[in-house]
Design a protein around this ligand. Structure first.
Ligand SMILES: [Zn+2]
Length: 338
């Protein structure tokens, strides 16, 4: 028996040639709107033979460089000369995006922790299920654009998946696209076993997948936006999807790897954190990361927190106020992709 299709419908015909804009109709029956739905905007440009590239942002609703780059790309799409198919969704978790929050205000859903989603689930689970069942099967390459959100500032970094070792051709193709993106940093994350992400879903489907972190503070940084836009342009050229455009040389990227729990710095208790580092600092295990003050006993010496691994600080918490278990910093060791 085949799996029932997603309950999310769309007025877009993915097979039709040409440029279309429309919405994903996410059914949402609630007190204010019994037969209502949430319209999630998307655009598709289809010009025959070639790869299908899915470009997404707003997986988390408080990350803006990706969505802004994709909204700008949408302005150009009607006149772009392409070979293949471009599917562009600037804000996947649209309710979260409208709310300017990481998670959905409707159901508290963190889309990037809900794959493979659920057909009969809450709205955010239904979005994950649609991506899993309707979008990933159509896509050859996916680029999902993130940033640090309100709670992090992230050095502009392409997040690469560990390249598949079993398929040499696919692996070479993937590394070629990573180099074409040409972000200042390229990093492989150890997500400590997390397998509910878009990246994990793409891996299950055998789809080439890149994501990236390009800023933070819930803002849109002009320099990071330029990195995203030029990186997308080069990847689309490299894939042969974008034609008739001057091919720019990709800047060289530095490779990093988050190797394990030793690269995460967490707050051991609530308080106010005074950092002893800056983003992009090179640090050593045992080096002071910062001091944690107890606001209820401010006369007491603060607790000193040390880094537990060597590397570069790629991501730093923006809020000085912390609770036990909050991530304060993420470090990555300079590495290679091999
Ligand atoms: Zn994100």
């Amino acid at each position: 028996m085949s799996t029932p299709a997603s309950l999310i419908a769309t007025d877009i015909d993915y097979e039709r040639t040409g440029f279309q804009t429309g919405t994903l109709r996410l059914p949402w029956s609630h007190d204010r709107s019994a037969y209502g739905h949430i319209p999630v905007p998307l655009a598709v440009l289809n010009a025959g033979d070639g790869p299908t590239v899915l470009l997404t942002g707003g997986n988390h609703g408080d990350e803006y460089e990706g969505p802004v780059a994709l909204m700008k790309l949408m302005q150009r799409m009607p006149t772009l000369a392409i070979q293949g198919r471009l599917i562009v969704i600037p804000a996947l978790n649209f309710p979260a995006f409208l709310n300017g929050s990481r998670t959905s205000p409707i159901d508290g859903g963190n889309l990037n922790r809900l794959f493979p989603g659920a057909r009969h689930g809450k709205p955010t689970e239904m979005i994950a299920h649609y991506i899993e069942t309707a979008l990933l099967p159509r896509a050859d390459v996916v680029i999902d654009l993130h940033a640090g959100g309100a709670s992090f500032e992230h050095a502009p970094t392409l997040l690469a998946s560990p390249p598949p070792a079993s398929d040499a051709a696919q692996r070479a193709r993937y590394l070629d696209l990573v180099r074409a993106f040409g972000a200042p940093n390229t990093m492989i994350m150890d997500l400590l076993g997390e397998d509910r992400t878009f990246a994990a879903a793409a891996e299950r489907h055998g789809t080439l997948f890149m994501c990236g972190e390009f800023g933070g503070h819930a803002g849109c940084d002009a320099a990071n936006l330029a990195i995203v836009e030029s990186g997308l342009q080069r990847v689309l050229q490299r894939l042969g999807v974008l034609r008739d455009e001057v091919h720019a040389q990709a800047p060289t990227t530095r490779y990093f790897r988050v190797e394990g729990p030793q690269h995460y710095v967490y707050a051991p208790h609530a308080g106010v954190f005074e950092p002893a580092f800056s983003l992009d600092d090179d640090v050593r295990a045992g080096q002071l990361a910062g001091r944690l003050f107890d606001p209820h006993e401010p006369w007491r010496a603060p607790r000193e927190i040390a880094f537990r691994g060597d590397g570069r600080v790629m991501c730093a918490r923006t809020f000085a106020r912390v609770e036990a278990g909050d991530c304060i910093a993420l470090v990555a060791a300079e590495s290679s992709l091999d």
